[in-house]
Design a protein around this ligand. Structure first.
Ligand code: ZN
Length: 301
């Protein structure tokens, strides 16, 4: 073979390989961008967010709510005495920020954006329980042991969003205690109720609020039969006082899948589901999740 022809052939195959490599990389980048964009409410919303240096979803929140932050670059966000690491997802970096119930209303700088915290006036609830139930709450050793188990379950979360679709209400029931109620039990202040209580007959099916992984399914002292699901990126949901648990720790669950039955186990005055979300160990308002996803928390309140 003529050496020049051979060289041309080799050169040709090299450039083809390089082109193919570039094409594969471009196709992969397009898929990653598409996967991230598909989480948003529409093409316009996705485009405006993924092109911004920082985005807050939403830009104004009430005390006790939660915001999702996106940044073009990785790093950490210092927020209410805790450091949150921005985790890579798609072409950006994300973290949830829980808003403490007692955070001072006002404007807070997150990257290049301003997060507005609005005042939420929480109501007060006076609860009467029997002496025996009141005694239950003083079993500090058992309560502490459970708390170690719970914190361990919430200490590791999948480094990606495990859900795609909207969050669903886990049980059809009557709202008996709204989120954030300041509670007095037998006249004594007992903190704020950072969950919702949905009353329903014992045995009513309780479903997973969204896709996720069971990180705890156990009988606990105060919250009775309890399930914690990890939805990824430090977001967990909690289902308490169940009469039955239908899942095991480590199991993957789908949105709407029955995971247990309503009950009145633990510190409870009647059959109901005590339900909430956590960012790490901080409870946040579950109502902001229902029928939407954090990626669509766009509307200004
Ligand atoms: Zn409750």
């Amino acid at each position: 073979m003529d050496w020049l022809l051979a060289l041309v052939l080799v050169w040709g195959s090299l450039t083809t390989a390089a082109d193919e490599h570039a094409q594969a990389a471009a196709a992969k980048a397009a898929l990653i961008a598409q996967m991230e964009a598909s989480m948003y409410g529409g093409a316009n919303q996705a485009e405006s967010i993924v092109n911004a240096d920082w985005a807050l979803m939403p830009e104004s929140v009430y005390q006790g709510d939660v915001a999702l932050v996106r940044s073009q670059t990785g790093g950490t966000v210092q927020w209410a005495d805790i450091e949150y690491t921005l985790q890579p997802f798609g072409n950006g970096y994300y973290t949830f920020l829980p808003i403490p119930v007692d955070m001072k209303p006002g404007q807070y700088t997150i990257g290049s954006r301003q997060l507005t915290v609005l005042d939420q006036s929480f109501a007060t609830q006076y609860l009467k329980v029997t002496k025996k139930q009141e005694q239950m709450r003083r079993n500090y050793d058992t309560i502490k042991k459970d708390q170690i188990k719970i914190n361990k379950a919430r200490s590791a979360s999948a480094p990606t969003f495990l859900f795609k679709e909207v969050f669903v209400v886990p049980v059809e029931g009557k709202l008996t205690t709204p989120y954030g109620y300041t509670r007095f039990v037998n006249g004594v202040f007992s903190g704020s109720h950072r969950a919702i209580d949905l009353a329903a007959p014992t045995g009513t099916k309780v479903v997973a609020a969204n896709d996720g992984k069971v990180v705890l399914a156990d009988s606990l002292y105060l919250t009775g039969n309890t399930i914690y699901l990890d939805h990824g990126m430090n977001l967990f949901s909690q289902y308490a006082h169940l009469s039955e648990i239908w899942v095991k720790s480590g199991e993957q669950v789908k949105a709407g899948q029955t995971i247990g039955l309503v009950g009145s186990t633990g510190f409870s005055t009647g059959p109901h589901l005590h339900f909430t979300f956590f960012i790490g160990n901080i409870p946040v308002n579950p109502n902001v999740f229902f029928n939407t996803t954090p990626f669509r928390w766009q509307k200004q309140k």
